[in-house]
Each structure stands twice: as structure tokens, then as C-alpha cells.
Design a protein. Sequence first.
Length: 262
Amino acid sequence: MDYQLITAESYLGYFENPETRTMTILPTRGIYYGDYESENEFWIVGQVQKTNLTYYQPNFNLPNGSIIRRVTDLNQVHYSYQSEILNTDFTPVSDTILFVQYRIYASDYDENLDHYTDYYVAVQDITNNIRVHLEIANNSSLDVDQLFVRLNICQLELGYSGVCAFNDILFSMSSHIVFDALSQTYLNNQYQMTTYGTYVLEVSLPEGFTYTVSLQGTLVDGHSFYLENSILPKKYYIIITIIEDTTVDEWGQQVIIDYQPE
């Protein structure tokens, strides 16, 4: 917690050196403001584990008579312009920290219109801090109207980018992707935040097609890659490119003998 904006750099500094934190939050006592009690803006980064952040609400313990709102109108201060719905999407959209603004109005706010405090709250899932953005491209000469993609994640050795055996899979996510003729793009729901490890992409395509995988603009050798753990949320861009399968199945049975004449 800080009375100034917490950036990615300052958050890493506080995380690695807790003794440098400007302010602290105690589980039994709440916020210890110290010399900064008179400030009217505070930034907080909370940590959770294995939590769905797409519709999340932090817990607030307020003084009697006070009012809390989620700020949705930046041009108005009064609570009548703000949202009573405290739940919202805390999922980071990029590698930066996503703050949601809450405003707490004192019990005497209606008589003293400057008696309010803004809290900018971010929530980090320390177990699920990786988001992948999946795109589909068709480089074949034929139309592919739909496909199925399965993303398997396993955690074996550091940097491992091979195949995940069934018993080693920690998470598996699937999506049905369809081609939209109007926009000339493939439509799909993006995956939720997940964890680090080996990512294996399995794509179900009609016969005669295969695919390649690119990560952050670089072609992957095979269909799997490793994403490392990170303190800060990370977003990775994956492109699956559909191509025509030029593999020729050899007909019949062939036995190759290395003949060495005597």
C-alpha cells in the first residue's frame, strides 16, 4: 500500500524488500496509515490464490455511517453518480497493474463535501498470472469454417517444451472457434488467467490440414512451448496458422533392407 501510484517497478521493489514499504495492512488491525493519515488517495495491491478475477469484490471494513462506491464517473464526486456494484473485472489486460477506483465517503460527507478518500485497488492472483491471447490465421488455399483448440498445461522440469502426458496435465482449456464471413476473422472466447509451465496446443482440423504455432511473433518448433513464472502478470500472444498438410502417406507395406553384397 502507498499514498503514491504503485508502478510495476515499485511493486517489485516492495515485493523483494518488504521493509521498504511505505504503509502496511495488518490482518487484525487493518490499515496502518502512520504519517500519511491526512492523504486523500491511496494505492493498494492485494494478493490472492486460485481466484477468478473476472467478477471480483475486495473485502472492505468501513467505519459506521460511511459509504463506499466504485467510481464510474470521473467527472463527478458525489456518491449518487457512482456505482453501488462493487464487483468488477480485476483481470489485467496487459503487463501493467490494473487499478479499480473506490471512494469512501465519511459519515458527515453531506455536510462536508471534501470528506472522502479514494482507494485504487489492484488484485493479483499469484498462482494464475499468465494470460494468453489466441489468434487464428488461415494460410491455406481452402476455407476452414471452424476448428477446436485444446490448451494443455503441465509443470515438469524448468524450460521443458515437449509433450505433456495425460497424468501430468494440471489444466486443460478448450475453445470452439468459428470463421465470421462478415469480419473475415475467426471468433473465439479468450482463455482465463492461468499459471506458468509447458503449454501444448492441440488443434482439431479437417483432413488435409495441419497448423503451426507462433509465440510473440516467433515460430515455435512443434506445438508446445514453456512460459516462465513471473511476479507481475504477463500477457502472451499466440497465433495458430492453418496450412495445407503436404505429408504423403506411403501406400502399402514397405520394407527397406540395407543390402551389403558379399
